[in-house]
Design a protein around this ligand. Sequence first.
Ligand code: SF4
Ligand code: SF4
Length: 66
Amino acid sequence: MYIVTIDIEKCKACGDCVENCAVQALAIVEENGKKFAMFTGNPDDCLGCLSCEEVCEEGAVTVTEY
Ligand code: SF4
Ligand code: SF4
């Protein structure tokens, strides 16, 4: 399985990772007035394809196998 970590300080909420996830496991959420991407799928949804990590120009996404 994989864990997808998003650094909300780096995230610009551009949505590129959301659009590139083949299993729709990511979403833009808003908390305390700040928008950022979050892994909202089931833990076993992620394929570990790294598309989200590769597409993020801010370097905000880290996919780790565990
Ligand atoms: S691609 Fe990066 S900056 Fe854009 S929403 Fe995803 S994590 Fe945030
Ligand atoms: S690694 Fe692939 S399947 Fe997993 S959240 Fe990122 S884009 Fe989606």
